[in-house]
Write a protein that binds this ligand. Structure first.
Ligand SMILES: C[S@@+](CC[C@H](N)C(=O)[O-])C[C@H]1O[C@@H](n2cnc3c(N)ncnc32)[C@H](O)[C@@H]1O
Length: 525
């Protein structure tokens, strides 16, 4: 009888609490024997065991049985992937997040906090020997994968739904490829002469309910004069001036991006919690915009042949942006046409891009109705997402839905979350729908990736595991298992060295199991 069969057997005959004690002990010893480097050291596991057991004592028997069942299935997948899951000390959090872009010319212009670094893409392209052809990023964000691939001489297609990401990509492309010496001189002049102060025209800034009062009166006046002053410039110059403003909006506002929403500084006059929030320095408009215009000019010049004043495009690959949802756009892409996919989808973590980027969306002119529509079109990762009719989007996805339906671990997690909802134990009733939507929609994206990749071409995906209502959801193994059923071979699940817990609320209630952050490497069969 194998270890997991013993566990299955025990689940049926003993009380869940004692089962948990036994299982945790077995997991501890067997993991320790299997691979010392892959999981946490023994002491950490013992501590986590203590706190988990304490938490499970507070759970009802049904909950414990359900959690135990989930654990069994999770262990089965762990066994299935045990020689694929590899700790990669070289994959630091810095490399996998935006941090490594912070001081890098051109990438640093807009701090897209959800981005991965250009270095990560360069390392992956070089390690997996992608030196020509075309790559795809279906969740292009600020276009890191596209620009890194293009700089390596590889063509790149990106799909992005959020207009903020679209603007970043299009403006950067324009600056690198279409900007003239005269355009460049205009931008420099704006940084030096601040012509908006003389502007008699003010273009009103769109305001959303969630951005109302985001700037001081003086800052709002200057923003509107700045927008008034660019009206007479050509489209290329206008787009760069708008982009520079986009880059500084948060720093001149009373708000701070905070994951699920915008946080308001006490100086805004908005109602505060018990502890008033102070975001620190709020930059003066002139100082912020001039610094940004100078930074853009500096980076463009530094990337140039000094005799030419604009970037040399000789070795760069083409970049194409498809604006919209990848669920709509991917089915129309030609099959067997890409040499790699490099991407990072939204995580299943309730992060709301439409709220977090509300200031920037308002500047682009997105109104309330368009904002709600955008929120619904995003890959389901917030509790407000309603279920999408995937077969209406593409009737060819029947088999994809069947693959997700047959994913045992996913289905047991969904049943557990539904039961928790029925008992009124979730802090938000939209959680089960969000988790379901996330995996089913991702299954469709994965299936399209298989279709559009050339045989044997790799897919790289950065993603985080998550935890809801005490259950750690192994997003990495569930998606990899779905991928295996949709035409991929799972080559590796590369684990970043330090896992992170979820919210402090979750940790207090459910213990401190670290959550894996990974880079998946799959290959089309
Ligand atoms: C983690 S971010 C990607 C960041 C990107 N790797 C970068 O370096 O900038 C995920 C992106 O997916 C986008 N997104 C969400 N739903 C989408 C959809 N249905 N179609 C296309 N893009 C979507 C979000 O707007 C967000 O920019």
């Amino acid at each position: 009888m194998k270890f997991l069969d013993i566990i299955d057997f025990l689940t049926d005959i003993i009380h869940p609490y004692y089962y948990q004690v036994f299982k945790s002990y077995m997991k501890l010893t067997s993991t320790h024997l299997q691979d010392n480097t892959l999981f946490s050291p023994k002491e950490t596991l013992i501590n986590s065991l203590d706190s988990n057991l304490e938490n499970q004592m507070n759970n009802s028997t049904e909950q414990q049985t359900a959690l135990a069942g989930i654990d069994v299935l999770d262990n089965k997948l762990t066994q299935h992937f045990h020689n694929k899951i590899k700790l990669q000390p070289a994959l630091t959090r810095q490399l996998v997040s935006f941090q490594a872009n912070k001081h890098r010319a051109t990438y640093r212009w807009y701090k897209y906090k959800e981005a991965f670094s250009a270095s990560l893409i360069e390392i992956l392209l070089s390690k997996y020997k992608i030196t020509s052809g075309k790559v795809l990023d279906p969740f292009a964000g600020s276009g890191t994968a596209l620009f890194a691939a293009s700089d390596a001489g590889i063509d790149a297609d990106g799909i992005e739904l959020l207009p903020v990401g679209q603007q970043i990509i299009l403006t950067r492309k324009c600056l690198e490829r279409e900007f003239t010496k005269d355009d460049f001189a205009t931008i420099k002049r704006w940084g030096a002469e601040r012509p908006w102060h003389q502007s008699k025209v003010r273009i009103p800034l769109t305001t959303l309910r969630i951005t109302d009062g985001a700037y001081s009166k003086q800052t709002l006046k200057l923003i509107e004069q700045y927008m008034g002053a660019w009206q007479r410039k050509n489209d290329r110059v206008q787009s760069v001036l708008r982009f520079a403003l986009l880059c500084v909006l948060e720093s001149i506002s009373f708000t701070r991006k905070d994951g699920q929403y915008l946080r308001w500084d006490y100086r805004s006059g908005r109602r505060q919690g018990v502890k008033p929030f102070n975001k620190g320095e709020i930059l003066n408009f002139d100082k912020a915009i001039c610094a940004k215009l100078n930074e853009i000019c500096h980076d463009v010049e530094a990337g140039n042949d000094p005799r030419e004043l604009f970037f040399s495009n000789v070795l760069k690959g083409d970049i194409r942006l498809f604006s919209g949802s990848c669920l709509d756009i991917m089915p129309a892409l030609p099959q067997n046409s890409y040499d790699a996919v490099a991407t990072s989808p939204p995580y299943c973590n309730r992060y709301d891009y439409t709220r977090t980027y509300a200031l920037e969306l308002a500047l682009i002119g997105i109104g309330e109705e368009a904002l709600s529509k955008l929120r619904q079109e995003m890959l389901s990762c917030t509790v407000e997402n309603r279920a999408k009719d995937l077969l209406k989007i593409n009737p060819e996805w029947t088999n994809v839905i069947a693959v997700a339906d047959s994913q045992k671990l996913l289905q047991s997690i969904l049943r557990y979350l539904e039961a928790e909802k029925a008992e009124g134990r979730l802090n938000n009733n939209g959680i089960p729908r969000m988790v379901r939507g996330y995996f089913y929609e991702m299954a469709c994206v994965i299936s399209e990736c298989t279709r559009v990749l050339k045989p044997n071409a790799p897919l790289f995906m950065v993603n985080d595991n998550v935890r809801y209502a005490g259950v750690s959801i192994s997003v990495d193994m569930i998606l990899s298992n779905i991928a295996e059923n949709l035409g991929f071979h799972v080559e590796n699940i590369l684990v970043l060295p330090d896992g992170k817990g979820n919210s402090s609320q979750q940790m207090g209630k459910h213990g401190r199991d670290p959550l894996r952050k990974c880079v998946y490497v799959w290959r089309k069969i």
